[in-house]
Design a protein around this ligand. Structure first.
Ligand code: ADP
Ligand code: ASP
Ligand code: MG
Length: 437
């Protein structure tokens, strides 16, 4: 069971979480995020330190500490529990103040970002202790690890986690941190923003869990982005393939990588609402229960690169030479379209964009468009949806579409548009494709 930031964001919510994890007596591993707002605050602290603004960083640390002191006052009542909880807050905020005096590095940044999950789990553990709920706090830094390519080491996670669990064979409830891990150098690292979902599916895979429940602040995966579109509805069932596409193409409810461990080890994933536990949510399993369109998602900060050659473009070997440039800079391509004279690709990691352009230039004329958004319409055998292409294109008739991609898989139609048109496009698709006003 994984609980996100909002699900543990107030003492009342932690109390709700307590109710949910103790309903059944099944052995359970609970993965917690940082309290909502904390990781963003830690990012700001880290940025201030990196910019040399130690005074500003110090002020931000004090503001965050104040929030935790107040949180603790409501979370626990007994003198003993308050003392313990306050000692935990002191320990972590003293650490942040010490960091202020050390010269900034990437490793230090990761140490700062890890404080949120360390705090939330330790405070939750004190809360459980006060309620006499038997449990074990499992330190994620002792079993969760990534390799030199920043990929989770599932084999090693499995071995280390089962060793830890064997030490507590008589226990049924385990609490651990989402998001944080150790890297190949043994330093504290993380699974990128939103990474607690990933922790949960990796843990579920490692212990071959019956189910991986992602508890959040909404009734499962909706058909469209509820932050942007007014009327969205939950999708009851998704296949792993459908969910993976939606997560990768921007449905924030799931970390982009969190489906693969569940798919590999065939563990059902459920998306549930902490604030409304009786709602059905979304169940994600291997099989797709129906054909046709299920949901749409949008991914921002996309750069489109067009390589136009005067020579016969699709001569063999040409695509390889293009791809080699992206491979060299470890930059994944999301979308690709070709014509006789040009190839267009999109990337979301612009770290090495300038070098990539420079190395592509000998291959042809290179043009880039920034501030693009990929709109992905997802559903098993999507082309089986009656008139689906007609519905998509007639919905978007006033919006210039830069690229179209279909056929890579049977469950995704992707379009590239300018980010300025994203809100309008999602709303129009909601009406034209899903029939929701
Ligand atoms: P948590 O803190 O629990 O991990 P997140 O904020 O990461 O929660 O994810 C849940 C949020 O994802 C929802 O509140 C919602 O605003 C957003 N979201 C974006 N797209 C979707 C979608 N298609 N379905 C459901 N939620 C979505
Ligand atoms: N706390 C981390 C973040 O905000 C991880 C997570 O919540 O999933 O990105
Ligand atoms: Mg999240």
């Amino acid at each position: 069971m994984k609980f996100g930031g909002t699900s543990v964001g107030t003492p009342q919510r932690m109390n709700q979480v307590l109710g949910l994890i103790t309903v059944e007596n099944t052995p359970t591993i609970v993965v917690l995020s940082a309290l909502s707002g904390t990781t963003n605050a830690l990012v700001n602290i880290s940025n201030a330190i990196a910019e040399g603004d130690r005074k500003g960083a110090g002020k931000k640390i004090d503001d965050l500490e104040k929030h935790y002191r107040e949180f603790v006052q409501t979370l626990v009542q007994t003198e003993d529990a308050r003392q313990k909880a306050n000692a935990i807050v002191s320990e972590h905020f003293e650490f942040l103040h010490i960091i202020l005096k050390i010269s900034f590095s990437e490793a230090l940044n990761k140490d700062i970002l890890a404080q949120g999950e360390l705090l939330s789990t330790k405070l939750f553990s004190v809360f459980l202790e006060e309620k006499n709920i038997d449990h074990v706090l499992l330190p994620a830094l002792e079993f969760m690890s990534i390799d030199a390519s920043e990929e989770p080491q599932i084999g090693s996670i499995k071995v280390k986690l089962s060793q830890l669990l064997q030490q507590h064979e008589d226990k049924k409830l385990f609490i651990t941190q989402g998001y944080i891990c150790r890297n190949v150098r043994g330093e504290v690292d993380n699974l990128k923003r939103g990474g607690s979902d990933y922790t949960a599916s990796l843990v579920a895979a490692a212990i071959q869990a019956d189910v991986c429940e992602i508890w959040t602040d909404i009734n499962g995966m909706h058909n469209n982005d509820p932050r942007i579109v007014n009327k969205t509805i939950p999708v009851e069932h998704l296949s792993f393939d459908e969910a993976a596409e939606l997560a990768y193409f921007g449905a924030k409810i799931l970390h982009p990588a969190c489906i693969w461990p569940a798919r590999t080890y065939n563990i059902p994933v459920k998306l549930l609402n902490t604030m409304e536990p009786s709602a059905a949510g979304t169940t994600i399993t291997q099989a797709a229960m129906s054909v046709g369109v299920k949901a749409v998602a949008a991914k921002d900060n996309i750069n489109a690169i067009k390589i136009k050659s005067s020579r016969m473009l699709l001569a063999y070997g040409f695509l390889r030479r293009i791809f080699e440039v992206f491979e060299k800079y470890k930059t994944p391509i999301d979308m690709i379209t070709t014509s006789e004279v040009a190839v267009s690709v999109t990337i979301d990691d612009s770290t090495n964009l300038q070098q990539i352009i420079k190395e592509l230039e000998p291959l042809g004329n290179v043009e880039t468009d920034t501030n693009q958004t990929i709109i992905s319409i997802v559903g098993n055998e999507i082309a089986e949806s009656p008139y689906i292409l007609e519905k998509i294109f007639s919905s978007l008739k006033d919006i210039p579409v830069r690229m179209v991609s279909y056929g890579g898989s049977n469950h995704n139609i992707s379009l590239l548009i300018s980010t300025d048109n994203k809100q309008k496009a999602l709303q129009l698709i909601n009406v034209g494709v899903f029939g929701l006003e």
